[in-house]
Design a protein around this ligand. Structure first.
Ligand code: AMP
Ligand code: ZN
Length: 115
């Protein structure tokens, strides 16, 4: 499949891995918008949040479990944010479900200004 994140999982495109297990892969965002900016993705291709369903939803819990573990390891439990963009209007640029983990700075809360 011609999917950037599937190629990253397969090791065909290099990434800086921060976490991996049987179902979940996480790596540093190539264009970070916060001091900590990682992407958590399911190893099985799902095109985005709108494609989550009863059959594939288990991996979302597994991703959040991985996020909690990485947050504890990185000692950022006091302040982190998890975002998924779905669809063009939300700014989704890679059609493989991914959760941005952002931390390491004081974050505002406005969809207009971003972090
Ligand atoms: P989104 O805009 O929510 O679809 O997020 C896609 C994210 O993937 C952006 O934050 C990009 O910086 C990031 N990205 C794109 N290509 C790569 C890559 N090769 N390695 C790591 N992150 C990437
Ligand atoms: Zn994919």
């Amino acid at each position: 499949m011609d999917c950037l994140f599937c190629k990253i999982i397969a090791g065909e495109i290099p990434s800086t891995k921060v976490y991996e297990d049987e179902n979940v892969f996480a790596f540093k965002d190539i264009n970070p918008i916060a001091p900590v900016h990682y992407l958590f993705i399911p190893k099985k291709h799902i095109s985005g949040a709108a494609a989550v369903n009863a059959e594939n939803a288990d991996v979302v819990g597994k991703i959040f479990t991985a996020i909690a573990k990485v947050a504890a390891d990185e000692k950022i439990e006091s302040g982190f944010r998890v975002i998924t963009n779905n669809g063009e209007d939300a700014g989704q640029t890679v059609p493989h479900l991914h959760f941005h983990l952002l931390a390491g700075t004081k974050m505002g809360w406005s969809p207009e200004t971003g972090v």
